[in-house]
Write a protein that binds this ligand. Structure first.
Ligand SMILES: Cc1cc2nc3c(=O)[nH]c(=O)nc-3n(C[C@H](O)[C@H](O)[C@H](O)COP(=O)(O)OP(=O)(O)OC[C@H]3O[C@@H](n4cnc5c(N)ncnc54)[C@H](O)[C@@H]3O)c2cc1C
Length: 308
């Protein structure tokens, strides 16, 4: 079947777009999602309107999916591995060889933070270990905090957070070089610097860490953590295949108002397109794209009805 719109990525941006598009009650919408994104990792978002106690990404996604499905939006679990333009249609291929096609396409495939598989890190994500200083800098206020990272990205994160924690330690887990000037600033600002591998995080309860254990057995007590390993992967491959323009950092360029890319009838939303990588920004972005997609679909619909 040819869908009016396919949304690739059923995270925060994709779901908000699906809810908005579904509510027009006139379009055939399909969301294709591979099931693993930043919103499946974060155990608690604290900075969202209406959720003062926080809400997990899994819970938001569960609710978002049910809300979109109630308007008739269809969902399929698959990973899209190929996207081509064929005339006026977008043709997609899933990893099991499934084919999908649509008149308009919204990519909301996000990005993924790079971090090593350190035991204890996943259950702490968003609960006591964070990635985004704008979202969670406040959580380390007056608390003993470790930045777990690699080379300069970790060092720069530590400098950003320096004034917030009661005590800050930067553990350069991958032991990559830090610029001499940055290292000097780290020391001048009273940040403890350790070069050494982390073997695991010890949890006190429910994702709240109590210490970081180094490979040499050293125990570093810590109440909170941040990660900054650098090398995050922006999922822009499909957009690139379709010829969309990318920024130097691999995010996809899009019109500020419509969120349409440089390719006609191809939109992006969420972390894939914006640099303020936050839930509420992804929601707004998804909604803006959906409003624009509806306008285009209305025009396409009318054009089809006009006799030649
Ligand atoms: C640990 C952590 C803590 C965070 N804390 C906060 C916070 O406190 N506050 C805040 O505002 N933000 C926070 N964020 C950021 C927030 O999670 C993201 O900004 C948000 O998830 C972006 O939504 P998105 O829809 O763009 O991407 P995602 O939520 O990552 O969704 C992208 C979806 O696309 C799917 N996908 C990717 N490629 C394909 C493909 N080829 N085919 C099919 N599906 C595909 C993935 O499976 C995924 O479900 C945090 C992020 C992390 C990792």
């Amino acid at each position: 079947m040819t869908y009016d719109c396919i949304i690739v990525g059923g995270g925060i941006a994709g779901l908000q777009a699906a809810i908005q598009l579904g509510r027009y009650m006139t379009h055939q919408i399909l969301v294709i999602d591979s099931g693993h994104g930043r919103s499946t990792l974060c155990r608690n978002y604290h900075n969202i309107l209406g959720w003062p106690e926080g809400v997990s990404g899994i819970e938001l996604r569960k609710r978002g999916k049910a809300q979109a499905a109630s308007t008739g939006v269809k969902f399929v679990q698959d990973k899209v591995i190929k996207a081509v333009r064929h005339g006026q249609l977008f043709k997609l291929t899933g990893e099991q060889g499934e084919h999908y096609e649509a008149r308009t396409l919204l990519l909301a495939t996000g990005l993924m933070d790079r971090f090593p598989d350190i035991p204890g890190i996943l259950p702490a994500m968003g609960r006591s270990v964070y990635v985004c200083p704008d979202c969670d800098g406040v959580e380390i206020h007056d608390r003993k905090t470790v930045v777990m990272g690699s080379g300069n990205p970790g060092a720069n994160m530590a400098l950003l957070l320096a004034e917030r924690a009661s005590e800050l330690i930067y553990i350069n887990h991958e032991q990559k070089a830090v610029d001499a000037e940055t290292l000097m600033e780290i020391k001048n600002r009273g940040i403890q610097y350790i070069e050494g591998g982390i073997s695991r995080l010890l949890e006190e309860h429910d994702g709240m860490i109590q210490s970081v254990i180094l490979e040499d057995g050293t125990v570093i007590p810590a109440e909170r953590g941040f990660i900054a390993f650098g090398g995050n992967q922006v999922h822009s491959k499909l957009a690139e295949e379709l010829g969309a323009k990318l920024y130097h950092n691999k995010h996809v360029e899009a019109d500020a108002r419509s969120r349409m890319t440089s390719v006609q009838n191809l939109w992006v939303a969420g972390d894939l397109g914006v640099h303020a990588e936050q839930v509420t920004v992804a929601m707004g972005d998804g909604a803006m794209a959906a409003i624009s997609i509806n306008k285009v679909l209305m025009k396409l619909g009318k054009a089809q009805e006009t006799p030649l």
